[in-house]
Design a protein around this ligand. Structure first.
Ligand SMILES: [Zn+2]
Length: 111
């Protein structure tokens, strides 16, 4: 008696794999796979693998419904991350000087 959801891949039931075959001879079908809900894909571990049996089914879903998904969370302007660009001088293993560039995220909220 395990908890599960059906894979949301729109073509999951069309993949020719043994584990999708159901029914008796003469009336067999390929059935959408179950995605078991356990501690590895629920709660804080919720992810695409909570709803899809495979990366392929996730890609099929994303490609089929991309317009609707984007309509839920449209990006109408660019996001920005405040940074500092720091040049640092160092020396390599032969003691030759070099300058490296580091990007450091600046936390404007934490002070
Ligand atoms: Zn699937």
């Amino acid at each position: 008696m395990s908890n599960f959801v059906w894979c949301h891949g729109p073509s999951c039931h069309k993949s020719h794999t043994q584990d999708r075959i159901r029914g008796v001879k003469g009336s067999k079908v390929l059935r959408t796979k179950k995605v078991k809900q356990d501690k590895w894909n629920t709660g804080q571990h919720m992810s695409m693998y909570s709803y899809f049996c495979s990366q392929g089914c996730y890609n099929d879903f994303a490609n089929t419904y991309v317009r609707e998904v984007i309509a839920l969370h449209p990006r109408t302007e660019a996001l920005e991350t405040p940074i500092d660009v720091v040049k640092e001088q160092g020396t390599d293993y032969l003691d030759r000087p070099y300058i490296s560039t580091r990007i450091i995220a600046v936390d404007n909220n934490g002070g």
